[in-house]
Ligand binder design. Sequence first.
Ligand code: BG6
Length: 482
Amino acid sequence: MVSRVIPVDPFDLVIFGASGDLARRKILPGLFRRFQSGQMTGDSQIIGAARSDMDDAGFRELVRGAIDEFGPKQTKSDEVDEFLQHLSYVPIDAKGTGGWDLLKSKMRDGCVRAFYFSVAPALFGDLAERLHGYGIALDDSRIVVEKPFGKDLASARALNATLAQHFREDQIYRIDHYLGKETVQNLMAVRFGNMLFEPLWNAQYVDHIQITVAETVGVGGRGGYYDTSGAMRDMVQNHLMQLLCLIAMEPPAKFEPDAVRDEKLKVIRALDPVLPHHIVRGQYEAEGDHPDYRSAVENPRSRTESFIALKTHISNWRWAGTPFYLRTGKRMRARTSEIAVVFKETPHSIFGPDAGSHRNALVIRLQPDEGITMDVTIKEPGPGGMRLVDVPLDMTFADALGPDAEDVPDAYERLIMDVIRGNQTLFMRGDEVEAAWAWTDPIIQGWETRNDVPKPYPSGSAGPEDALALMHRDGRRWREVK
Ligand code: BG6
């Protein structure tokens, strides 16, 4: 299979917060990969803008270091040198006047202009205002904003209103990097490109759907942010919600931004409120050299969750009665993200009660080992009568697609290229984000009112025991985290 790289139009991309963690880990090494692949052509430029006092040479060295640490392993130094020639730096005062005239002088006519706000949301308004005030943003310029997009419905509305003062909705690209993951898009390809699944994709045939995003890392150096956020705000309100939408939405008429986003919005609006006994929260315990959650965030009385499992329903014609179980946590046994669509048992077993209970499951593995598995029931080979066993029909993309699977762009790379192309399909619309907060807010408020304390769970486990019970009570079980 030959990968097709279609170069994007020449662009001027300004990265605000260019010396920050996200820019170093993801944005800049990702742009280098797109340059290497030929998708970003030599007539584009990247301008770093941040508070630090640095010159072009200093910024280029910073980016060289970022590529060394986080970039592709196969890198020739002359390729990096060539890439760095397209980079420059402007020290900028987001709340004042410093640097803005210089930035304006660097922008070229006739290129796509994009502005990446990789900064605290408190600065979004100031940046948006100055980009307009100085005449840097044009009518077709785009801005890219990172999560967290608010911390509740009120703050998300306020952010949307602030951005709307200066930019139209079709200029605003709200990133959820999960939407840029290859397998997440494959989810749509599998659902809407095959006749096989869609007729079964409803409450009549699906027993339940479970979504797991398990991480082995702890909160690391992000304790300050994380303790004000927790797994609900950090992962469920955005990443897991987006996965839920894609798995549950109606087929959009076209694979176009508003057609897809309208369908996702309908799913979020149809979500039932979550009952308190359908949620389990947890905090990881210490293990070896790794501190426990409360020490990691330096808050001995923290009530913020590093793990959450919950059950919800979508009250619409397709899904009424089908539970959706979501689970995510830090310091768990393995790094694994997957969506499992578990089908109902056959209405009658011709093999009698000894054959046991069997359910087909379509499992979409987002990471690692991206791929799709279909659990099917077959006869256990050999003598001994008709004994049934479930085996996976496995399609690991790396095997099926050969070496090209390695060249798949990282989520950020793909999404930035979509910004340049002006394609918002994989970005969240303002009303979607607000609807997600409207569902999340009462859950969080409930914990606050009840002074809910998360349950401790051992690092390296699958979360608190109660999370297992959440499924067992319903006669179901979580797939193993491995
Ligand atoms: C981020 C969260 O959005 O996603 C992090 O803020 C989390 O806490 C990360 O670790 C997970 O992303 P990925 O791509 O590694 O699954």
